[in-house]
Every structure is written in structure tokens, then in C-alpha cells.
Design a protein around this ligand. Sequence first.
Ligand code: ATP
Ligand code: MG
Length: 233
Amino acid sequence: MLLEIKDLVAGYGNLDILHGVNMEVDKNEVVCIIGPNGGGKSTVLKTIYGLLKPRAGSILFRGDDIGGVESHRLLRRGISFVPQDKNVFPSLTVKENLAMGAYTRPDMEEEGTENVLLRFPSLKEKMNIRAGYLSGGERKMLAIGMTLMLEPDMILMDEPSMGLSPRFVEIVFNKIDEISSEGTSILIVEQNAYKALRTSDRGYVLDLGINRFQDESVKLLNNPDIRKLYLGG
Ligand SMILES: Nc1ncnc2c1ncn2[C@@H]1O[C@H](COP(=O)(O)OP(=O)(O)OP(=O)(O)O)[C@@H](O)[C@H]1O
Ligand SMILES: [Mg+2]
């Protein structure tokens, strides 16, 4: 397993939000986490990415415990993160934002930028524009592009389709397919449960800070309980 989360407990202040979460992501897998608002989905990603310290349990990446390891060290180990919001620097240009994606490895900046522009050619003509002026869809491309700068082995994506028009939702999920087929594992959190389950290999339903269901995504899509509880019938 590339990533193994065992009995993870984490939270904010003196409140626990995750009460013993278990998840795995294998090499080359796309795995999604769905479930109701406030269920702790973003908290799982923030804890993996070192923004919160686990209170109990473990997070193993290639067998090493990375619980509480700072984000910049995780980046160097091959994990990157697209937050749910505030995922670009609005006052910096597209080019500068991409450079920020490689801040831990400035030597990779040039090669990384070339690779990102191959994947997102529409960013090419916007390189000197401030990210704050981009459309929502372009900003999402940039946010994903930033996380690709160091060619990570695993990307954590929080709500990649949030706020996008149907056309851009389609584009984002196609990019997720493309990136994973080239060997990067992806853990996605999504409100758009249908889309997420159609794009992923396996899924977890997180509700009130525990795993309620887990299965192959096709099976979750066809499970009447899941349809009724989480997919609107
Ligand atoms: N920084 C914080 N401080 C205190 N409580 C927080 C903080 N961030 C989140 N929470 C609480 O933790 C719980 C889980 O939040 P989380 O953001 O992980 O849920 P989520 O499943 O991602 O929800 P959504 O679908 O709305 O994004 C919520 O009750 C939320 O209010
Ligand atoms: Mg969230």
C-alpha cells in the first residue's frame, strides 16, 4: 500500500472530529471520500498533509509513519495537496503560482512548468496574469497544476469540482483520469458523489467521523442504501 490510515483520531481544540478512520490507497489507484457536509472529509486530508496532528492511530506512506510530519517535508516525499479553497495566490501571476508549487525544489521549477503547460495548455497565454483575474475553472487548473510541479506520487484533492460549470467539471475529472493513468495515485474528496464514484476505483463514505461504507466504486454506485442515503435516491 502507498498510503495506509489506521484508527485515525484527529480534531480541533478539544473536539475530536475523526473517531478512528481507516483508509488505504494503493499505487495507481484513484480513491474517493464522499459523505455529508461536516462528516470530516477535509479533516482527513488536512491530517494526512500535516496540517493537523493525529491524536491517535497512524498514517503510513510507503510504510513510514508520516503522522504530524510538516507539509513541506511531505511535498519532498511525493505527496501534494489541492485544498478546498484558497488554493492559489490571487496577487501572484500564474507563473509565480506555479513556481510556488516547486518552492521546496527550485531546481525543478523550469521542468515542472513545462510539464504543467503540456497538461494545461490554456494556462500558457495567462502566465503573466494574476491568478485573481482567472475564471473559476482556470484557477482550478492552476491549483492542480501547482501540485503537479514536483511530479508527486500521490495527490490529495479536496472538492476539485466545487463551484465549476458542468463543462469544467468534465474537464477536471478527465484530467484526474489522465494524471492517474500516468501513475500518480489520487485521493479525492467530493460533494459530487456520482462523478467521484464514476471516476474512482474505490470509495469510502465518511459520516460523523467514521467509515460508514467502503467498496469498489461501481459497487457503491449500485448499492441501494448508498443511493438512498448519499446519492439522492
Ligand atoms: N478549523 C476548524 N476549527 C474548528 N472546527 C473545525 C475546523 N474545521 C472544521 N471544523 C469542524 O470539523 C467538522 C468536520 O469538518 P470538515 O471540514 O472536515 O467536513 P467536510 O466533510 O469536509 O465537510 P464539507 O462537505 O462541508 O466540506 C465540522 O463540524 C467542522 O465544523
Ligand atoms: Mg470539506
